[in-house]
Design a protein around this ligand. Structure first.
Ligand code: ATR
Length: 281
């Protein structure tokens, strides 16, 4: 049986760029191993896990719609996954199957790379949204000591996230945005607005402080209207592609015991793929 087999499982899974990412690192690090794309419908999760050990999997990524459904199949989940209520990476640790969530590490690794020194003196963040990506951004920013104001169309979702995270997180409707962004050091979009095929995220950036940083977790297109607007106003900005790259570093390191590098070449391979498959990106 093949050794060193890792995977990404989801349903559907054809769109996942993780095989491209991990395939690049396997080759570059000269590791004999594989990273396989598995289309597992919800009704097959039980049988997937019942033969997990025998199949020789060393671990893998979990994506939509299984990020919460896998939790009962794991022996242990880490603090990030517990707080986010979602697992995106699983691995073995001393014979125990562990689930974690590396999205917050990806979120922070990306801004650390693209806006070095960003958290010096950065105190307040405003995050637009109240979905899965919002949880990762909130968890990450709280871990760096920021306070977070969540702004969402459906205020009740922001409120339930805020009470889930507790101290340091507040909830607001979109009408509070002008006032909130006038006070913040970092503005993050975690809604789907601005993504290809979705309406643009349309609001006035002029109240933003001059040195505020704007971060959009979207990476298709690579440059959203939000990022364009932020650049035009002279703000430092961060796009979402690096979040995908940096979250992958952690999983690869856990499975293959080598910390891979996020190179310019890798970034370009993904950019070329996005452009080839998405007209207008
Ligand atoms: P994910 O898990 O990928 O973060 P999600 O859970 O579908 O995605 O969340 C999408 C986010 O985009 C939500 O915050 C959603 O707002 P609601 O909670 O009010 O639905 C936000 N969003 C999507 N379309 C929107 C729109 N047209 N206007 C405002 N917010 C929108």
């Amino acid at each position: 049986m093949a050794q060193n087999r890792a995977f990404v499982m989801g349903h559907p899974i054809a769109h996942s760029r993780s095989p491209m990412l991990h395939g690049y690192w396997l080759k570059r690090c000269g590791i004999e191993g594989s990273y396989e794309r598995l289309d597992i419908p919800p009704q097959d999760i039980d049988s997937f896990f019942s033969s997990f050990r025998e199949a020789g999997w060393i671990g893998g990524n979990i994506t939509v719609p299984h990020k919460t459904a896998v939790i009962p199949h794991l022996d242990h989940i880490d603090d990030a996954a517990r707080k986010m209520g979602a697992v995106n990476t699983i691995w073995w640790e001393d014979g125990v199957l562990v689930g974690g969530n590396t999205d917050a590490i990806g979120f922070l690794g990306n801004i650390d790379e693209l806006a070095p020194g960003w958290d010096t003196g950065t105190k307040r963040a405003v995050i637009l949204g109240a979905g899965g990506a919002t949880r990762a951004a909130t968890y990450g920013l709280l871990s760096r000591g920021l306070t977070v104001a969540l702004c969402n169309r459906t205020v009740s979702k922001a409120e339930s996230l805020a009470s889930h995270f507790g101290a340091g997180v507040s909830a607001h409707g979109m009408n509070a945005l002008p006032e909130l962004i006038a006070e913040c050091d970092l503005l993050v979009n975690t809604t789907s607005l601005g993504m290809i095929g979705q309406p643009p995220l349309d609001f006035d950036l002029s109240p933003l402080k001059k040195d505020a940083i704007v971060y959009d977790v979207i990476y298709v297109p690579l440059e959203t209207e939000l990022i364009k607007g932020a650049k035009a106003r002279g703000h430092r900005s961060v796009d979402g592609l690096g979040m995908l790259l940096h979250q992958g570093v952690v999983g690869f390191n856990r499975w293959f015991r080598i910390k891979p590098e996020v190179t310019g070449e890798l970034r370009q391979i993904l950019i070329d793929d996005i452009r080839a498959k998405t007209p207008g990106a």
